[in-house]
Design a protein around this ligand. Structure first.
Ligand code: AMP
Length: 182
């Protein structure tokens, strides 16, 4: 009798490839919007993403900084999986108290990001997480916030990198891990 072997689990990249949705001309003409919500909505895919992001930088971070809003989903899960602190990097005007602010350009438009000061000790090793690396402006601004707050950036993790936009060139020397590049 032939016995069927269980199929090996899909890699995180294979999950993203299978589930990623693309919307031309959203939110404005000329932008090909990459929607990762179908990947987050699949339990096995989401677990694979979180495991890979945590494993790639394992032992190298004490805190994860998630960028509003989809970066929050990743940061909460990776922080839990890696027993790390979680920092919320928010869009402008949403945080109370003493905040650091950085203005930056987006693939479409411009924006402002903020971080509350004094949440963690100086020198805390931080991993930045977001869904998509496009022009790199968002992660470059977050890097400046992390450094101005006195923390040490030790890595960047994204689910998807849009290589045509050369976002990596705007980032510093910390290792950048993309689960998938298109
Ligand atoms: P950027 O600053 O250009 O690297 O843009 C990164 C941020 O904007 C990420 O938080 C993404 O969520 C979003 N973003 C930029 N371009 C796209 C795109 N083509 N599809 C989906 N999200 C995008």
């Amino acid at each position: 009798m032939t016995q069927l072997l269980p199929s090996p689990p899909l890699s995180a990249a294979a999950h993203v490839k299978a589930l990623l949705a693309s919307y031309p001309d959203f939110p404005q003409p000329g932008i090909l919007f990459r929607d990762l919500n179908p990947v987050f909505a699949d339990a096995a895919a989401f677990r694979a993403l979180v495991d890979e992001l945590a494993d790639q930088h394992r032992g190298q971070f004490d805190a994860v900084a998630g960028i509003e809003a989809r970066g929050f989903l990743l940061a909460a899960a990776v922080g839990y999986a890696a027993n790390a602190a979680v920092l919320a990097v928010r869009k402008g005007g949403k945080l109370p108290g003493t905040v650091l602010t950085e203005e930056y350009d987006l693939e479409y438009g411009s924006a402002r990001l903020e971080l509350e000061v004094g949440q963690l000790p100086t020198g805390t090793r931080v991993l930045i997480l977001d869904d998509v690396l496009a022009t790199g402006g968002t992660i470059a601004a977050t890097t400046r916030l992390i450094e101005r707050a006195g923390y040490t950036l030790t890595g960047v993790g994204v689910v998807l990198e849009l290589t045509d936009l050369n976002g990596r060139e705007r980032l510093g020397t910390a290792p950048v891990h993309a689960i998938m590049s298109v």
